[in-house]
Design a protein around this ligand. Structure first.
Ligand SMILES: C[S@@+](CC[C@H](N)C(=O)[O-])C[C@H]1O[C@@H](n2cnc3c(N)ncnc32)[C@H](O)[C@@H]1O
Length: 274
């Protein structure tokens, strides 16, 4: 039991550095720009910094070197299927919540007809556009849409309607949307039969105490991290969205980190052909 308590404590507190960096970004933004759009500006600053690690955070502890630690791109490359999944995107693709464009260099331009990046945070759009401009092969293929995925009018204006997409890429976004089930139903509808949904997300813990701690942390975690919430049952939202053929599906089983606040789910699902 003593070991159990120690393991829980370590797991429940190991994200403090990320929150600390978030708090520093919040105060920096408050001082430089006041309250207008403060949380969006905070997230944009935080996420962009974490995605350009050479500028920051070289002294962060090893325990934080997880896919939510410093240098997202490197952590994802080392520890997750994200680069492989993004490279599988083909045809007409929608990237849900591209943020500052971490995934952009991972697309294989040869497979793509076009990519629509749907991102509601106007404060991060300049960094996204800068990334698009820097990638010569991606530049003509990628359109950044400053809207939320729920904004049907904005999607329609870009030709994104039911059954129009070959691929939806969704990396660390469903924790931040207002209603993950609704978003997933929409994603399923927008895909063509045979279209693929590629994802890597964090989800609710299967341990009841840990779920409680996830919700407790959200009080400060969510405002500092762009509305990201721990403990959202993303797995159920994805799997219940509609009929899928499972090409690949994974979940942290808890054996390595039993009280992980950010257990991962990932996969490649294909919309069932009627
Ligand atoms: C943690 S970031 C992930 C960024 C990027 N997908 C990546 O892999 O680096 C989550 C992003 O989802 C965006 N987001 C939140 N709600 C959204 C919504 N309703 N529609 C589209 N994007 C959303 C946020 O603005 C944020 O940029």
């Amino acid at each position: 039991m003593a070991i159990d308590i120690k393991a829980r404590f370590t797991s429940y507190t190991e994200r403090w550095m990320l929150l600390w960096i978030g708090a520093k970004c919040l105060f920096a933004e408050l001082l430089s720009g006041g309250f207008s759009n403060l949380l969006d500006r905070t997230f944009a600053k935080l996420y962009t910094s974490l995605s350009t690690p050479q500028q920051n955070f070289t002294r962060l502890s090893k325990t934080l070197t997880t896919p939510t630690g410093p240098d997202f791109a490197k952590c994802e490359a080392d520890l997750s299927p994200v680069p492989r999944y993004v490279a599988l995107a083909d045809g007409v693709t929608l990237e849900l919540g591209p943020g500052c464009g971490t995934q952009l260099p991972r697309f294989n331009p040869k497979n793509l007809t076009h990519v629509y990046g749907v991102e509601p945070n106007a404060e991060i759009i300049p960094a996204l556009r800068e990334k698009i401009e820097s990638l010569l092969e991606i530049r003509p293929l990628y359109t950044a849409i400053n809207a939320s995925f729920e904004d049907e009018t904005a999607l329609k204006a870009n030709g994104i309607v039911d059954g129009s997409l070959d691929t939806v890429v969704c990396m660390q976004v469903l924790c931040s949307v207002a209603d993950a089930k609704d978003v997933m139903k929409r994603a399923h509808r927008l895909l063509k039969p045979g279209g693929q949904f590629l994802f890597w997300e964090h989800t609710a813990s299967k341990d009841r105490v840990t779920v409680y701690v996830q919700h407790l942390w959200n009080i400060i975690w969510s405002p500092l991290l762009g509305g990201c919430a721990m403990g959202v049952d993303v797995e159920t939202a994805i799997m219940s969205a509609g009929a899928w053929d499972i090409v690949e599906l994974g979940r942290d089983d808890g054996s390595e980190r039993p009280y992980n606040l950010l257990p991962r789910v990932w996969g490649r699902l294909v919309k069932v052909e009627k």
